[in-house]
Design a binder for this molecule. Structure first.
Ligand SMILES: [Zn+2]
Length: 305
């Protein structure tokens, strides 16, 4: 079933919090980030966590949910995509993959299933290389929350052919890494073109999700490419999405599961609030109704469905 007129894009960035105004260790201050500076006129930091240009809203989200320790991806992403306080369910932060107790919850409550059950068009816009399909086919199931959700729903996971057809994006946006590290021969595309592709995919679906995890890898010091140029690619991608989207047709919710890359003085996750940006229909109400990660799914459904 097509949804007439309105579409939802959930942009998930792994490991992006609102950190200190620190020109040495916060890369958004160190290198600049036009998505913050041009849209909001400033970069968010702990003393300035709510920004808006009147149409697009940036705010902090509690990733701890009352549980001590450093927030982790498995519980954080389960909270986002399933609308539950996952760290409270297992009384700890756990990751990077979901704790086994959470898997039945993910199977029933994941946001893809909500749209899938209503027979609306839903897509997870990331593409995976053959290596990943070989891994799944070998029976291994240590998957992230998004891929596990799709797998448990029996949804199509995109591969090489979908990237070539413009129906999916590689996780690093430009395709360069698939060619360099995995031996593919994909066209190298600009971050701007990738963003336009993602907008076009979003206009064809009721609900689209895209996951970007290099921010978390950068924060852990585990990524072998240059931090500044990697973030510049992400910035161009996000800036294009937020400035070129047709807000009458598309609502955008950008969120993250925990802090990490905003403080490069440590290689671990942080306890900083995670980043939320909302645009499009009811952007202000959605922003205001999200205080912790478990509110995101419900705010989307309540306000946009
Ligand atoms: Zn994470």
């Amino acid at each position: 079933m097509e949804r007439p007129g309105h579409h939802i894009l959930l942009l998930f960035l792994d490991g992006v919090g609102i950190g200190k105004k620190d020109y040495e260790w916060n890369p958004f201050f160190k290198y600049g980030f036009q998505t913050f500076e041009k849209i909001f006129g400033e970069i968010p930091h702990l003393e300035n966590q709510f920004l808006t240009n009147g149409k697009i809203f940036l705010s902090p989200v509690d990733a701890l949910m009352g549980i001590e320790g450093l927030p982790q991806s498995g519980t954080g992403q389960t909270s986002i995509f399933c609308g539950v306080k996952a760290p409270q369910i297992i009384n700890q932060h756990f990751g990077p993959f979901p704790y086994s107790t959470l898997i039945p919850i993910i199977k029933e409550e994941n946001i893809f299933k909500y749209f899938f059950d209503k027979e609306e068009k839903v897509t997870f816009a990331n593409a995976y290389p053959q290596l990943f399909f070989d891994y799944i086919n070998s029976g291994k199931k240590r998957l992230s929350v998004t891929t596990l959700s799709c797998n448990l729903n029996g949804m199509h996971l995109n591969g090489y052919d979908d990237v070539v057809a413009g129906n999916a994006l590689t996780a690093e946006i430009t395709n360069a890494r698939w060619n360099k590290k995995l031996g593919y021969n994909l066209p190298i595309i600009s971050a701007k073109l990738a963003a336009e592709n993602l907008l076009n995919i979003s206009y064809k679906n009721s609900f689209t999700a895209f996951e970007y995890f290099l921010t978390d890898h950068l924060g852990h010091g585990r990524y072998d490419e240059d931090t500044e140029s990697t973030l510049k690619t992400l910035d161009e991608f996000l800036y294009t999405i937020f400035t070129q989207c047709d807000e009458e047709k598309l609502s955008i919710i950008l969120c993250s599961d925990h802090g990490n890359v905003e403080d490069l003085s440590v290689k671990t996750h942080t306890t900083n609030p995670s980043l939320l940006i909302t645009a499009g229909r009811k952007a202000k109400i959605i922003s205001e109704s999200i205080s912790d990660l478990s509110d995101i799914k419900n705010a989307i459904i309540k306000n946009l469905c």
